[in-house]
Design a binder for this molecule. Sequence first.
Ligand SMILES: Cc1cc2nc3c(=O)[nH]c(=O)nc-3n(C[C@H](O)[C@H](O)[C@H](O)COP(=O)(O)O)c2cc1C
Length: 139
Amino acid sequence: MSKIAVVFWSGTGNTEAMAQAVAEGATAKGAEVDLIQASDFSADSVAAYDAIAFGCPAMGDEELEADEFQPMWDAVTPELNGKTIALFGSYDWGTGEWMDTWKDDAEGTGASVVETVIANNEPDDEAVSACNDLGASLA
Ligand SMILES: Cc1cc2nc3c(=O)[nH]c(=O)nc-3n(C[C@H](O)[C@H](O)[C@H](O)COP(=O)(O)O)c2cc1C
């Protein structure tokens, strides 16, 4: 059984809804899934998982959330070389630029980024389904 972490930050619940859909998709494929707040995840935790989905909305000016998610991300990136990961998050008025930048950054760590999903505000049925698929693809 593969062990998967879904690590996320969410201010108003939209990325959290995506995280739950990712977890459901992975669980449905038989994976053991831990849903973890960004502030509770650390570099030491990476090795315990076969694959990790990271979720963060567009914040700042097309950036990751600065207080909890970005410091966690900076701390875990040295451990991601060779790891299978996926990225997801919600945005509002932009075009998803933060995700393009984040994906480039993630690929620079040596991780294999299997999928990214973005949702405009609250995830609609299509986005929830894409999150289910993202979870399944990691399982
Ligand atoms: C401080 C702040 C900065 C934001 N910056 C962006 C941005 O640069 N681009 C964008 O598309 N949306 C931006 N948003 C909108 C959020 O990404 C959007 O509301 C998202 O659904 C929040 O997800 P959450 O419910 O998981 O917190 C910003 C929101 C806040 C509060």
